[in-house]
Design a protein around this ligand. Structure first.
Ligand code: IMP
Ligand code: MG
Length: 175
C-alpha cells in the first residue's frame, strides 16, 4: 500500500455521516409499516451498509450479495459476475439496494435485472457515490448521496487492489 497515491480527501467523515443520517430518516419515513429488506453489494458497500442501516430506525432485514466487475486495478472488466447470492424469497419484501458507487452502471444493472425477475414488492437503489459522466448503461439511482466527477476514489469501503477500504473518508486516488 502506497499512501502517497492518496491525492486529497474528497468527502470527509462528517459529510458522509450527515448525509447518511438524512437519508436514513427519509427511508424510515418512506418504508414505515412495510417489510423492508436492505440488500448490499459486497465488498465495496459493507461500510456504507453498516452505517446506513443504523440510520434507519424502522424494522428492516439485511442481506448481502457479491458481484465482481473490477478486479485488481482501476479498470472495469465489463463482465458482471454474481459470486454470492441472497438466499431469501424477496417477493415478500420492498427491496432497497445499498450500493457504494455507480460508475459505468454495468454491475448494478445486472443485479437489478436479476432481482426484478424475483418479483420484489418494490425495488429501489441508494448509492453512496454516483459518477454519472462514466455511465455506459441507462441507469439512475433513486437516491445518490454524493455525485462525484470522473475520478478514481478510495476509502469508506472502496478499494484499489483491495487496499484503502478502511480509510474513514473518501479520497481521490492517483491512477
Ligand atoms: P460499475 O459497474 O462500472 O458501475 O462499477 C461498479 C463497481 O466498480 C463499484 O461497485 C465499485 O466496486 C467499483 N468502482 C467503480 N468506480 C470506482 C472507484 O472510483 N473507486 C473504487 N471502486 C470503484
Ligand atoms: Mg460495489
Amino acid at each position: 500500500m502506497n499512501n502517497s497515491k492518496i491525492k486529497k480527501v474528497l468527502i470527509s467523515e462528517e459529510e458522509i455521516k450527515a448525509k447518511i443520517k438524512e437519508t436514513g430518516k427519509q427511508i424510515s419515513g418512506e418504508y414505515s409499516g412495510k417489510p423492508l429488506l436492505l440488500v448490499s453489494i459486497l465488498n465495496g458497500a459493507f461500510i456504507f451498509m453498516s452505517d446506513f442501516c443504523r440510520a434507519v430506525d424502522i424494522p428492516c432485514e439485511i442481506a448481502f450479495m457479491r458481484a465482481q466487475s473490477y478486479y485488481d486495478g482501476t479498470s472495469s472488466s465489463g463482465e458482471v459476475n454474481i459470486t454470492m447470492d441472497i438466499e431469501r424469497d424477496i417477493s415478500k419484501y420492498h427491496v432497497v439496494i445499498v450500493e457504494d458507487i455507480i460508475d459505468t452502471g454495468r454491475t448494478l444493472s445486472g443485479i437489478i435485472k436479476l432481482l426484478r425477475k424475483r418479483n420484489p414488492l418494490s425495488l429501489k437503489v441508494i448509492t453512496l457515490l454516483d459518477k454519472p459522466s462514466r455511465r455506459v448503461v441507462d441507469l439512475k439511482a433513486d437516491i445518490s448521496l454524493f455525485t462525484i466527477p470522473d475520478k478514481f476514489v478510495v476509502g469508506y469501503g472502496l478499494d484499489c487492489g483491495e487496499y484503502y477500504r478502511n480509510l474513514p473518508y473518501i479520497a481521490e486516488y492517483e491512477e
